[in-house]
Every structure is written in structure tokens, then in C-alpha cells.
Write a protein that binds this ligand. Structure first.
Ligand code: NAP
Length: 480
């Protein structure tokens, strides 16, 4: 399914690109070298793209519409660069969903076009080529349409709720069986119309697969679809006999699978539970009243919380020896990381032992807190993961929770009926005092109330995280 074989220099370029991807991926696993890793992987992509472009102009490449290809690269490059510069860090999961969908869609299109070429004039496509093309088409198309639904859910364009019913399960099963039947027809020598039916059926199945999954599970779904895209790209690598695509696709497939499993482990849920349990189908539970209220109104009897203002919190902080900062999604929304670092530095200068506790699923994507804290130049040696920091809480004077909710919710330890039951949490409630910064008594991503807020050692400091932490800095200065 390709033109004449490429000269050795091109294979070397593809190999170089693959090595850059692998080294880049290795560097990405540590915050100190993640930026370099990103640059190396981008360089690898540039090498692979350039080699492919030059190959198009080789005599006998069999390439057509080169101008259109160049136009596509420029248009895609400009849109990608502008979108990446503009996107808020809290909207990164949506961005990843879109980029991932584009990758899956491309793999599906390339596989389809290559199959249609091979089947032109009613020719029978060889079994191996047909199998690679079908794999790239089905997985790529499912990833494309599924990613668009994930984007829509995260962006609030379609309902975030898990939409499940018996009828929906039957429809999904019928579409899935229909897909399997179409695959067997194409494998048995079915021509172009059957392959196009396969493309259409896969697109429909991608939509139906993601619709029943709740918005809270979208980061996991995006990670699975990401690994699908990797596998589809690897399959197109076989179709086009391109080593760079085979290696990079396999890397994306493997890393996406590992990331999915890590996220499931951090939430103490199985992949099957995420995909099929319809978590998030019910109404949001435990939503509570507005900021600054002394009591937390809700369906049941009002429960009292203890409020503290920034001045009193500053006085409390000026008399401590150890502090653990627990950042969460709210810190990202408020972009409070720089103010948080300023507060931490100020306390460290006064001899306070300051540590940051980073939960693996705090925020809205893996590594979310690490990225924000690294951006604010928080030293990496002050960041502690869950296993390292949990034994420290009972020895620490104050745990300062900044926009984190589910990852510090004791219901995960005690309430079997809770959607987060079994998720490992940061043991904030064991600290001598807890200060929680958030704007109201509203729940977090899981939509449930948090007993931590009503605990005898907890003070609620209501407000936007950035404003509240800045006020704490001022209060500390005043208390000096
Ligand atoms: P969370 O449970 O979603 O809670 C975030 C809290 O931040 C909210 O209660 C909100 O309360 C507060 N907040 C929002 N904007 C704020 C602002 N401007 N200033 C101050 N506070 C603000 O967040 P989390 O504790 O980080 O937990 C993450 C959740 O996402 C978990 O349920 C996790 O399972 C899920 N998840 C994460 C990933 C991942 O990869 N990270 C993947 C899948 C699922 P107010 O509205 O009252 O301010």
C-alpha cells in the first residue's frame, strides 16, 4: 500500500524520532526534567514530520495533492499553537481530548483511504493489510467520536451526567454485535461499502460508549481513548510500513494504558467500574449553602462549621512549627500557586517546617498539582506523595487545605455507600488543626459532603483561594 521503498536515511530519521520520543517520555516522569522531556518529544515529532514531508517529494513516492498536505500542516500547526497558548490549565483535559480525537480520526481516515485504494476496482485486499486497516479504522474512529463526547461533557456542552438505562445498554450491545459482524464480513473479503459501514458503525459506537460515563470519570476515559489512539496509529504504521508510526503509536498505547490503570488505582476503582457502573447518574448529592455561612444548610438538619477570618488564621500560623499544604482543584481554578509559594516561603523563613502533600488525583488530570507548583518554582523536595506524607499529619501543627475536597474526605475511609469509598485519601483530619480554604460549602467533583469541614479541629476560611492566601500573607506580615 506504499510507493517505492524509502532510502536508508529516512529510516534513520524515523529511528532518531523514535529514540527522541522514548527519551522524552522517560524525562517526563520527573518534574525536574519534564520540560526537557517535552522539548525532546517535540523535536522527535519535528524530525518525523520533516522526514515524511521530504519523502513526499522523492521521485516515485506516489504522493498527490502535496500543496493540500502543506496547507493542512500549516493550518493544523497554527490552530494547535494558538489553542495551546490560550487554554486555561484547568481546561487542559478538554484540550487533550480534542488533540487525542484528532489523532484517532487521522488514523481512521488513513486506514480507510488505504483500504479503499487497495480495494479499487473490486480487488480483494490481502488478509494482513485488511486486518491492519480494520484495526486502525475501528479503534481510531471509536477514539475520535468518543473523545468528542468527552470534550463535550467536560466543556459543559452536553450533560456531564452518566446517561444510563436498560434501553441504552441494549442499544450499545446491538451496535457492538453489529460492529463485530461487519468486521467478519470485511475480513471475509467484503469490499469498500462494507469498510465504510465499519467506519460509520465505529463512530456511532464511540459516542454510545462514552455517553453512559459520568463527567467525573472523563479524565480516565480520555486516558483510555488516548491509548486507543496510540494503538490505531501503530496499526496505520503497519498499513503504511512506517516504523516511526509503529513505535510512537505503541508508546502512546502503552503509556495511556499505564496511566489509566494508575488513575483507577488512585481512586480504588476497577476499569470496568469506571466504564460500566454509570457512576454520576444520580443527582449531585450534598450540595450546600453559600460562602460565609456559619451553618451548612442542606436536605438534613443544618450542621455547624467553624469559620475563621484571614487575620485570625494569620495569628494561628504565626505560632506553629510545622505546616502541610494540601492543594486541590480550587488552587488550580484560582491560579493561587504563586501566592501559596509566597506564604510557604514566608513561613519557612520563620523556621516553620513546610511540606506539600500531593494526592495522585488532586485536580483534574494526573500531575495537575505538580505542574502548577513547579510553575510557581516550589522546590521539588518539598513535594510529598500520599504514602510519604500520611504518617506526618498527626505530628503537624496545621494542615492547610487549599481548594481540595474529595482527596481529603474521610468518607473514603468510613462510608461504604460513598462513591469514593476505598479511595486512598490524605489524612488531613489527623493534624492538630485544619484550615480549609474554599468559597462555599459546595461539594467537589464526586458531588458529596465532607465531614472534615464539621470536625472539631477544622476552621473554614471562605473565599477564592488566591485572594484568601494573599490575605493570609498580609495577616502574617501584620502578626510579625
Ligand atoms: P474537588 O474534590 O473537585 O474539590 C475542589 C474544591 O475546590 C471544591 O469543593 C470547590 O469548592 C473548591 N474551589 C473551586 N474553585 C475554587 C476557588 N476559586 N477558590 C477556592 N476553592 C475553590 O478537588 P480535589 O480534592 O482536587 O479532587 C479531585 C477530584 O477529581 C477527585 O474526585 C478525583 O477522583 C477526580 N478526578 C481527578 C483526576 C485526576 O487525574 N486528577 C482524574 C479523574 C477524576 P467551592 O466551590 O466551595 O469553592
Amino acid at each position: 500500500m506504499t510507493g517505492s521503498p524509502l532510502p536508508p536515511a529516512f529510516h534513520f530519521a524515523y529511528l532518531l524520532a523514535a529514540v527522541l520520543f522514548i527519551v522524552g517520555l522517560k524525562f517526563l516522569s520527573h518534574p525536574a526534567r519534564a520540560r526537557d522531556g517535552n522539548l525532546l518529544a517535540a523535536l522527535g515529532m519535528a524530525v518525523a514530520t520533516l522526514a515524511t514531508l521530504v519523502a513526499l517529494w522523492l521521485p516515485g513516492s506516489g504522493a498527490h495533492h502535496r500543496g493540500l498536505i502543506l496547507l493542512g500542516i500549516v493550518a493544523g500547526g497554527v490552530v494547535g499553537a494558538v489553542a495551546a497558548r490560550r487554554v486555561a490549565i484547568t481546561d487542559m483535559p478538554q484540550m487533550v481530548a480534542l488533540l487525542n480525537g484528532a489523532g484517532g480520526g487521522s488514523a481512521a481516515l488513513v486506514s480507510t483511504v488505504e483500504f479503499l485504494h487497495a480495494a479499487a476496482g473490486g480487488a480483494r485486499v490481502g488478509a494482513t493489510s485488511a486486518a491492519s486497516a480494520m484495526f486502525g479504522c475501528v479503534i481510531g474512529a471509536v477514539s475520535f467520536s468518543g473523545s468528542l463526547v468527552a470534550f463535550g461533557k467536560l466543556q459543559g456542552i452536553i450533560s456531564e451526567r452518566a446517561i444510563t438505562s436498560t434501553a441504552q445498554k441494549i442499544v450499545n450491545a446491538v451496535v457492538f454485535l453489529n460492529l463485530l459482524a461487519t468486521i467478519s464480513v470485511v475480513a471475509g473479503g467484503g469490499g469498500a461499502p462494507w469498510f465504510l459501514a465499519l467506519l460509520g458503525g465505529s463512530l456511532v459506537f464511540g459516542v454510545l460508549m462514552v455517553i453512559p460515563i459520568g463527567g467525573a470519570d472523563m479524565p480516565v476515559v480520555i486516558s483510555i481513548l488516548n491509548s486507543f489512539t496510540g494503538l490505531a496509529v501503530a496499526a496505520t504504521g503497519f498499513v503504511l510500513a512506517n516504523n516511526a508510526l509503529i513505535i510512537s503509536g505503541t508508546l502512546v498505547g502503552a503509556s495511556g494504558t499505564l496511566l489509566t490503570l494508575l488513575m483507577c488505582k488512585a481512586m480504588n476503582r476497577s476499569l470496568a467500574n469506571v466504564l460500566f457502573a454509570g457512576v454520576g447518574a444520580g443527582p449531585v448529592a450534598g450540595a450546600r449553602g453559600g460562602a460565609g455561612s456559619g451553618a451548612a444548610p442542606g436536605a438534613g438538619p443544618a450542621r455547624l462549621v467553624r469559620e475563621i477570618n484571614a487575620e485570625d488564621a494569620g495569628v494561628l500560623l504565626s505560632n506553629i512549627q510545622s505546616l502541610i499544604i494540601v492543594p486541590g482543584y480550587g488552587m488550580a481554578v484560582a491560579q493561587a500557586q504563586h501566592a501559596v509559594r509566597e506564604l510557604a516561603e514566608m513561613l519557612a523563613r520563620r523556621g516553620v517546617d513546610v511540606k506539600y502533600a500531593v494526592h495522585p488525583v488532586a485536580g483534574r488530570m494526573p500531575g495537575h498539582m505538580n505542574v502548577l507548583l513547579a510553575e510557581a518554582n516550589v522546590p521539588y523536595d518539598q513535594l510529598y506523595d500520599l504514602e510519604q506524607i500520611n504518617p506526618e499529619f498527626e505530628r503537624c501543627d496545621v494542615a492547610l487545605v487549599i481548594g481540595a475536597n474529595d482527596v481529603v474526605n474521610p468518607a473514603a475511609r468510613t462510608e461504604r455507600a460513598s462513591p469514593i469509598y476505598g479511595m486512598p485519601i490524605l489524612d488531613v483530619d489527623k493534624a492538630k488543626h485544619v484550615i480549609v480554604i474554599k468559597r462555599s460549602m459546595n461539594p467537589g467533583f464526586a458531588g458529596i459532603d465532607n465531614a472534615l469541614y464539621y470536625g472539631p479541629k477544622t476552621y473554614m476560611l471562605f473565599g477564592d483561594a488566591k485572594g484568601a492566601v494573599s490575605k493570609l500573607v498580609e495577616a502574617l506580615k501584620a502578626a510579625a
